[in-house]
Design a protein around this ligand. Structure first.
Ligand code: PLP
Length: 375
């Protein structure tokens, strides 16, 4: 019995070093990291630009608190909202915290409490975010939950239309459910959400904690849909491995988060902001996003050739493969064979390489997948 709580089913591997897509364990064994720390290390491990950004900032200032002006946060916010319909940012430290801020902002702005969420969604482990999460395995044993989250089947436009009423503050969703199985929103469902969003004062919260920051081939996944969310939450890829999260909101909500209504000690601290700015300096370049889209097409085609019996879902470099069997033993066998992956629900293997992955590394990963899965 170790000195840690047993809340993680940790694998018997201790990764001690990484460079790009490659990581090495304490015995020196090499792996291709197709988890990126669950969509976090967007630029791979030890990217020289990020190493430089954190080194330089660490010699200037680590922390000063939101008591003072933050030119770094201002600049990061401007970079995030550039050419979007969104106009303001708030920074925190994680995805769950970003969703807490989103839920609080939506309730305070509308004066209403009811938030519509979806089965198999994942929004985080804090009380609000957990209550928004449509999975019993996340919520069981922790009740009573925060009230007035209404959980509906995902991609069911009729159920959504029937559930929205004058008490509804917001609809909250992931555009590709990550933890829930790499389930993309359908065009029809996005259209139904958009119709409600356009014709009522119901707010739209899009959780881009996993899909955001280039993961799906655009800055944010909502840019590939008709949706214009009022609030977008983000975290994972934003800091490239350093913990930072945040929300973006429209100008209409500027006054809702007035001084003293919400905050966090560490949120938007100078180290996180410096690294995030460096991440966006790479990921938000058109050529970079285009390369993610190209590698995505290449990866999907290779997967379909290699695993003709499997279904490939997802967008960009957030892909899921499933073939109706439980994947846990395959994930373990892939570890053994030198390819790190992560399950999304019981039946899907999620592939989340760094956005900087090369085609050669994709080839190597596909060959390992083929040999392990078709054995
Ligand atoms: C990971 C994740 C979260 C929670 O983020 P944490 O940083 O673990 O709190 C929330 N929403 C989505 C879509 C996620 O993938």
């Amino acid at each position: 019995m170790g000195a840690l709580f047993q809340n993680y089913a940790r694998r018997p591997i201790a990764i001690v070093e990484g460079k790009g897509t490659e990581v090495f364990d304490s015995t020196g064994k090499r792996y291709l990291d197709f988890t990126s720390g669950i969509a976090v290390c967007a630029l791979g491990h030890a990217h020289p630009i990020l190493v430089k950004a954190i080194q330089e900032q660490s010699e200037k200032l680590w922390h000063i608190s939101n008591l003072f002006q933050s030119p770094g946060q201002e600049k990061l916010a401007e970079t995030l909202v550039e050419n979007l319909h969104l106009s303001h940012a708030f920074f925190c430290n994680s995805g769950a915290e970003a969703n807490e801020a989103a839920i609080k902002l939506a309730r305070k702005h509308t004066g209403k409490h009811k938030i519509i969420v979806f089965q198999q969604s994942f929004h985080g482990r804090t009380f609000g975010a957990m209550s928004a999460t449509g999975q019993d395995k996340v919520r069981n044993g922790f009740g009573p939950l925060v009230s007035e989250f209404i959980t509906l089947p995902f991609n069911d436009a009729a159920a959504l239309k029937a559930a929205v009423d004058g008490e509804t503050a917001a609809i909250m969703l992931e555009l590709i459910q990550g933890e829930g199985g790499v389930n993309p929103v359908t065009d029809e469902f996005a259209a139904a959400i958009n119709e409600i969003h356009q014709s009522t004062d119901v707010l739209l919260i899009v959780d881009e904690v996993q899909t955001g920051i280039g993961r799906t081939g655009t800055r944010f996944a909502f840019e590939q849909t008709v949706l214009k969310p009022d609030i977008v939450s983000m975290a994972k890829g934003l800091g490239g491995g350093f913990p930072i999260g945040g929300i973006l909101g429209t100008a209409e909500m500027f006054d809702t988060f007035s001084a003293g209504t919400h905050g966090t000690t560490f949120g938007g601290n100078p180290l996180g902001v410096a690294v995030a700015q460096a991440v966006l300096g790479e990921v938000f370049k058109d050529e970079f996003l285009q390369s993610v889209q190209e590698k995505s097409v290449y990866f999907i085609n290779r997967l379909k050739e290699a695993l003709p019996h499997a279904k490939v879902n997802g967008k960009g470099l957030m892909l899921g493969v499933g073939w109706g069997e439980e994947v846990a033993p395959y994930v373990a066998a892939l570890d053994e064979a030198g390819l790190l992956t992560v399950a999304a629900g019981p039946y899907v293997i999620r592939l989340l390489p760094p956005l900087t992955v090369s085609k050669e590394e994709i080839d190597e990963a596909v060959n390992i997948l083929k040999s392990v899965i078709t054995k």
